[in-house]
Structure formats: C-alpha cells, structure tokens
Design a protein around this ligand. Structure first.
Ligand code: 6PG
Length: 265
C-alpha cells in the first residue's frame, strides 16, 4: 500500500468515528498521522506533531514504525514534540518519549534533530521553561500568540484529563505559558504539560480513546460538554477516534460516523 492510497482511505473530518476493534482504531490513527504528514509536507515542506503518552496510542506508534507506513512517511520533514511528559529518565517505562523511541522513533530514519523530547530530567519548573524556549525558537509565534502544531494527538483519562491537565488543577487556568509543571495523574508523579492555549491553537487535534473505563468520560465530554473535564476545554478542529467500548454511553445526537470498515482498503 502506498501513502497516496492510504490518503484516499482516510478522509479527515471533524467528528467522531467509532471502531469495533482496537486494531482498526490504531490503524486509523496511524493512517491519519501519515495523511496529515504528507499533506503538510506537500503544502509547506514540514510537518509538526505533538504526541501523547499513555498506552492507547502505542499500537498506532508501532504501525508508524513498520512497513508499509514507515516507507511512505516523510521522516526527514517531520518534527516530533510531546503534549506531556512524566518527569523520569527515557529508560523508565513511564517515559512518554522513551516509549515512543522504543515503539517507533528509534527504528526509522529520522534525523535526531527532528525530535524534541520534553526535558524530563530537569527540575519540573526548569524543564517547563526550557521546553517553552524550545517551542518559542522553533515556532517563533508572534508576541502574545502560541506555537501552532500541525497535529496534536490527545488521549483521555477516565477522570476527563487530557495531556497532563487534570480536573480542578490550576494549570487549566494558564493563559500565557506554553508549558507548565504539574504533579498528579496515574502514575502520580511530576509531569510537564502543554497548556490549553497551546492545545487550542493546533491546526488539528485528534483524540484517541479506547476501553469501557473511558465511557463515562467520553459521554461527559462529547454529549454533556462538561467544562469541569479538561478534555471538554480543548477546542478547534477536533476529531475523535473511539472504540466501541469507550463509546457505549454516547448518544446518537453526536452524528456518529460509525463503522465505515476503516480497515477495508
Ligand atoms: C500521559 C498522557 C495522558 C494519557 C491519558 C490516557 O502521559 O499520561 O498523555 O493524558 O493520554 O491518561 O492514557 P491511557 O492511554 O494509558 O489510557
């Protein structure tokens, strides 16, 4: 399969797609990332993506690192950033960067200067400021504005958190910073996270959610738009890729784009 046939297979639309099985969900995310990368490189010569941590995107990451996607992907024109990071060394199982390296980035011919891990080994506040400088230099946003990723990939916690923005945490009220330190989550630890203004400034955002334990959060965000849940506060050009388990409590009024047999090329 070539990149262009995959491009035909995935048509970006803001909305919700439900998948019967997790492998179809993962394949769809990998194809979406390839499609976005190809389009951005064609249009502007460069593709910037901010990856999520957690377990849900890992199979999609592995697909990116394997044929046929790895062959079609414009690695030399793609730059990888993270939406959040746990403050641990890359070798730690909890490291989002470390896991991405093990899952795909370490296996493809990606120039090392195209990878921008969060500086998780610095004291958290220092790490947040350092990553903010990295983003400022790279994106060079006008004063008062924010970096614009071509694509951010987000997960959803069963409590409605996304990136490392947790319900009730003051980090949610940040209006100026690009990156802040946060202590929380599962595993409970120091973390660095992009702020809502940066997430909301992305050209496109895709949420990937799987599992029955996420069903209440999916409903609270998509049906009820409950503003107490951080994921409800992510705005802009959003698409949701959700497995059938996570979608069990979703109402039909959301105009679900259900099983289009994503895997059938
Ligand atoms: C992290 C995240 C976080 C994650 C959700 C879902 O580093 O912890 O980026 O927001 O996406 O917690 O995690 P799972 O995919 O493991 O359920």
């Amino acid at each position: 399969m070539t990149g262009s046939s995959m491009r035909r297979a995935f048509e970006w639309s803001s909305g919700i797609k439900i998948f019967q099985d997790r492998s179809d969900l993962s394949r769809s995310l990998a194809e979406l990332v390839l499609d976005a990368a190809e389009r951005c490189v064609e249009a502007q010569g460069l593709f910037t993506i901010a990856l999520s941590g957690g377990s849900t995107p890992r199979e999609a990451h592995r697909l990116l690192g394997r044929e046929p996607i790895s062959r079609a992907f414009p690695w030399d024109r793609a730059c990888f950033f993270w939406v959040d990071e746990r403050c641990v060394a890359p070798a730690d199982w909890a490291s989002n960067y470390g896991n991405a390296l093990r899952d795909f980035l370490g296996q493809v011919s990606l120039p090392p200067e195209n990878v921008f891990p969060m500086p998780a080994e610095l004291p958290p506040l220092e790490g947040a400021r350092a990553y903010e400088r990295v983003l400022s230099r790279f994106f060079d946003p006008p004063p008062g504005s924010f970096p614009r990723f071509d694509l951010t990939v987000l997960g959803l916690g069963s409590d409605g958190h996304t990136a490392s923005l947790f319900p009730g945490h003051p980090a949610l009220d940040e209006t100026r910073r690009f990156v802040v330190p946060v202590r929380g989550g599962d595993p409970f630890m120091d973390r660095l996270t992009l702020t809502l203004p940066v997430l909301n400034h992305a050209a496109r955002t895709v949420f990937m959610v799987a599992g029955r334990d996420k069903a209440d959060a999916v409903r609270a965000v998509l049906d009820l738009e409950d503003p107490r849940l951080p994921a409800s506060r992510v705005s802009g050009n959003r698409a949701w890729l959700v497995d059938v388990e996570a979608a069990t409590k979703l109402s039909r009024r959301n105009g679900l784009d259900t099983p289009r047999q994503e895997g059938a090329h």
